[in-house]
Design a binder for this molecule. Sequence first.
Ligand SMILES: [Ca+2]
Ligand SMILES: [Ca+2]
Length: 718
Amino acid sequence: MSEMAGRSAGCFRTGGRGLPVLPEVRRPSPAWLRAGFAQRLAMLALLMAFASAGAAPRPNILFILTDDLGYGDIGVLYQNSRAAAGDRHKPWFATPNLDRFASEGVQMGRHYCPAPVCAPSRASLLCGVHQGHSGVRDNQFDYPLEDNHTLATTLRQAGYATAAIGKYGLDGRGTGARVAGPLARGFDFFFGYLDHVDSHFHYPKEDGRAVYDGTNDITSGLDKCFSTDLWTARAKKWIGDHQATNPAQPFFLYLAYDTPHARLQVPAQPYPGGGGLKGGLRWTGQPGAMVNTAAGETDSWIHPDLAGATWDDDGNPATPEVPWPAFARRHATMIRRLDDAVADLIQTLKDLGCDRNTLVVFTSDNGPHNEAGTQGVFTQDPRFFGSFAFMDGVKRDCWEAGIRMATLVRWPAGIKPGGTNFTVSAFWDWLPTFTELAGLPAPARTDGVSLVPALTGAGTQRPGTVYVEYKFQGATPKYTEFEPAHRGRTRNQMQAIFEGGYMGVRYGITNAGDLFEIYDVARDPKETLDLGRRADFAPLQDRMRDRVLRLRRPLEGAARPYDEAMIPPVGVKTVPGLVWHGFDGSFPWVPEFSGETAVSHGVSAGLDAGALAGKGGGLFTCYLVVPADGTYTLTLATEGRAFVRLHEAALLDADFGYLTGGERSASVHLRAGSHPLRVAYVPGGNGPRWLHLDWSGPGIPRRPVPASAFAREAQSGL
Ligand SMILES: [Ca+2]
Ligand SMILES: [Ca+2]
C-alpha cells in the first residue's frame, strides 16, 4: 500500500482559514472555499442555484466517447446545414436525438483531442495530460496506461463510484503483460473489450473477439450482440443498479464506444421502442440473448430513414438519382444507433431521477476515418457526408478536422441550455474539470485547466493548452475538397500547438528548427492561409518553436526529431532567491496550486521546506540558472511528495505512488540561462520537512543545486 493512500485516509483538506472538511466523501466538498474571491462568489451563486433546484452540488458524470466520429457527422454541427442547402449531390443524414441533446446543453465549438488516433487520445484523456507527457503515443496500441492519476482514481478518491464500459485497449498486453487494465487504474467496474484490435469488430462472439466482465471473458454468452447495443444496455444496467443501491454516491461512467469505427457493421434489429427504464435497450443477463436486440440476422439492419435514400451521384439533377452506396447507409446507421443510445441513456437518467444533476459529455476520440477496417468489406469515404465538415483532414491528420472534435455537454443543473462555447480546450481539461466538480484540487500532473467557468458561465476561464504530437506514415488524402497544399501531404512526424490565438502545424518534421504553418483557425478553420512565413508572424513563429521544446518530455519508443534539441532559456532580469507560497489544507495528492489561495509567502535562498512549517503544502517558484549549454540531470527526494515542472514540462513526478525518500531523476538538454522552475510540495507526516534537489551537468558532479542557481524575477515584488 502506498503511503499516499494511507495518508489521504485522514482528511481531504482544510477549507479557507481552518474550517475542517471532514473526510466523509459523500458530502459535498466546498470547492468554492479554495477558489479566488471573484470565482468564489460566482460559484456560490451556482451552488445557490443548485440548492434552489433541489439538486446535489456534485454531479454524476457520464463521459460518452465515440470512435472516429467526424465533427461533420452530427446534425446540429454540420449535417443540418447540408440539409438546408438541399444540394442532392451533397447528401446528409439527421441526428435528431443528439441535436436535442445539444439544445439542452452546450456545444463546445473548439474542443481538441490529444492525437488523431485511438490509443494516445484515450490515454491522454484518462490521465489528464497532453501527448508531450503521455506514456502512450503514436500507434502504441495495447501499451499500458501509466500507473498515475486518472479520471477514475481521482474521482474514486473524491467518493465517486467509477465504471468503464466499452473499448479500453490500454491494459499493456502489447508490451507483454496485462498490468494496466481498468480495474488497476481506478475503475471499480469494467465491461468491454480489453484488446485494441478486438474493438475493430462489432459482433464480439461472431467475430471471435473477447469481451470481459471485470477480468472474466464472457463472450460465449454474447450471441448476436452488436457492440454498440451491448455497451448501451450494460451502461443502463450499471447506472440503474448503482442508483438502486447507493443513490447518494455520485458516479462516473466512462462509456467508450467502438463505433462508428470501421468495420462498417450495422445492428441486427431496430432500436427497441421507448427508452429508459421502461423501454429501449435492455440487458437481460441471459447468455445467448444478453440484450434485447440479440436476435435475427447480424449485420443486416439499416435505419429506415437511410435504407431507401438516393442522391444525385453525377452532379446533374436531370439524370435519375441512384441509391446511396452501402458504406454510406452503414456509416449513417451506425451513427443513428449512437444517436438512439444517447436518447435512451438520457431517458434512463430521467427515469432514475438523476438527469438534472448528471453531466454528460459526448465526443469522439479522433477525426473521421476513411477505412474499411480489419477484414472489412465496406470502405468509408468521409467525402460522402462531408464528415470533416468545414475543415481539412481525417483520422491521423493534424489538420483541424483530424483533431477538432464534435463535443456536446449536457448538465441541466449547471449548464444553460442551447449555448455554444468557443473556448479553446482539450481532452486533458476534463480531469481538472471533474476534480473541481467533485470538490478536490486537480493533481499537479495534469496539463489541463478546469472548464467549469466555460461550461457554467460562473467564474473566469483560465486559458488552457492545446498541444499535439503524433507520428504516422502515409499522407493526407488527396481529396479535392481539401486545400491543394494539404492534399497528399506526407505525415510522418507531426505537431500542432495553439499559441497566441493561432494554430501552428508541422508535417514531416525533420528538426526542431522547422517552420510551423500558422493558421487563424477561428476565422479560417480550413487552414487556407498560412501565415507562418510572414515577417509580422516571425515573433509568433519563434514562440511556437520555443514553446514546443519547453512543454514536453521525450518518451522511449516514440522518438522525435526534436528530442535532443536544447531547450531555450527565457530572457528575464533576475535577482537571487526563490519565491515560496504556503497553503493551508490537507491534500490527497500534490495539487495544482495555481487554483488555490496562498495563506503566506516569502523568499528563501534555497528549496527550504522548513519555510513551510505548519502549512499543508507549498509552491516554490524560481528560475534555474544554468551556467553552460548541456545536458543536466535533476534528482529529487523528499519526506513528503512533490512535483516539478521546468518551463511547462513535467520533469519530476514524486507524487502518485511515491515512497518517502525515493529518488526521481530526469535529464534535460538546456541552453545556458534562466529556466522557470516550479516545485509543488506536500509534506509527509509531522516529522522534519525536507526536500532535496540535486543536479549534475557539464563539469558539475552530482551535488545539491546551489543557492546561486536559484533566481527570481527582479520585479517580483517579493
Ligand atoms: Ca478512434
Ligand atoms: Ca443526377
